[in-house]
Design a protein around this ligand. Sequence first.
Ligand SMILES: Nc1ncnc2c1ncn2[C@@H]1O[C@H](COP(=O)(O)OS(=O)(=O)O)[C@@H](OP(=O)(O)O)[C@H]1O
Ligand SMILES: [Mg+2]
Length: 383
Amino acid sequence: MENGKKYAKELDVAVRVVHMACSLCQRVQAGLVNQSTDHVKSKDDNSLVTVADWSVQATVSWILSESFRDQNVLIIAEEDVNTLSEADSAGLLTPVTNTVNEILAEASKYGFQSPKEALGGAQILEAISRCNSTGGPTGRHWVLDPVDGTLGFVRGDQYAIALALIEEGNVVIGVLGCPNYPMKKELLNHHHHKYSQSMSKLSDPTSHTWEKGCVMYAQSGSGEAWMQPLIHGNKKFEWPNSAEKIQVSSIDDPELATFCEPVEKANSNHAFTAGVAYSMGVKNQPLRVHSMVKYAAIARGDAEIFMKFASSGYKEKIWDHAAGVVIVEEAGGVVTDAGGRPLDFSRGVYLEGLDRGIIACSGPSLHDKLIGAVYASWDSSNL
Ligand SMILES: Nc1ncnc2c1ncn2[C@@H]1O[C@H](COP(=O)(O)OS(=O)(=O)O)[C@@H](OP(=O)(O)O)[C@H]1O
Ligand SMILES: [Mg+2]
């Protein structure tokens, strides 16, 4: 309860700004899917970064700074300003500035104040570059993945906006915006092995389900996780905004369980996870879903197991997990590394010391079995 009071304002602001970011992303995604790839630029690492990434980062940074003026707001976020400041990106700063100003003009809908005047390019760059905290074991750090699952976003498929608050190295709040993840489970086709493709159809901007995204959130130690529908049209955001409590699945028999994992083979070893699942007795086909929507699926009981085994050189980043982990835990699930240890968010930008991969389960019984199956499969694998 003490925690509940302690972070009441932080949770309120975080949920509202993620709603705002979802609306922003829906607009940009609609434009992308319908038009062209003009707003997509290749980063040095060949991943894609879009106008939405920078616009969300600028918007969240600006709102957090305005909302906590009395604090030195520290933010760790995925995008750095250099790519956007490069000469060949000049054409991108204008659409980013316009996108941010468009959503900030609607700030009152989300209970915030709009800026007195539209922000200029320099202010946008400043807001983005302010997100340069590197985290660590002390102090308060917001962690933002402005568009997680950039590939899903560009494909018109699943993606998420993830905002978490870390205090003294522990995640205390997690908020996950899932603009293409419908509130209602029956809208998902569970037995379709091409899950992401069936989801793409759902996210057709002309269909009603396009509007059926959700925002999930939880505060650590509360024992509760919540889901709200996105707001639409001229509707104003008002607490509790039809919040529904969410819980993990009660299935603990691997034969009935479904596991989810990244879509891309490059991000997680599909052959290894298939072997682990088989050895546990899992019969269902994996759900391959882009982004932290996988954590959302576990938290509200659409799947029971999540596995991510990146190649050995890859270091997982905290913004890809912080919000999802606390939501799954408060919804009743268990998240650890493959050795059964909790993920450590206190060591900077990376999940240092991670043992092999990340696993999440709807409960301790499945989690024990999964740890055992990974242990048994590891030696025979060539990871
Ligand atoms: N090589 C490699 N291995 C493992 N993980 C990687 C790798 N490269 C990137 N990333 C990070 O994975 C984030 C996307 O993860 P997903 O689970 O959504 O992947 S997938 O699109 O479903 O395949 C993705 O997040 P975004 O960049 O926000 O999309 C990356 O942070
Ligand atoms: Mg990410």
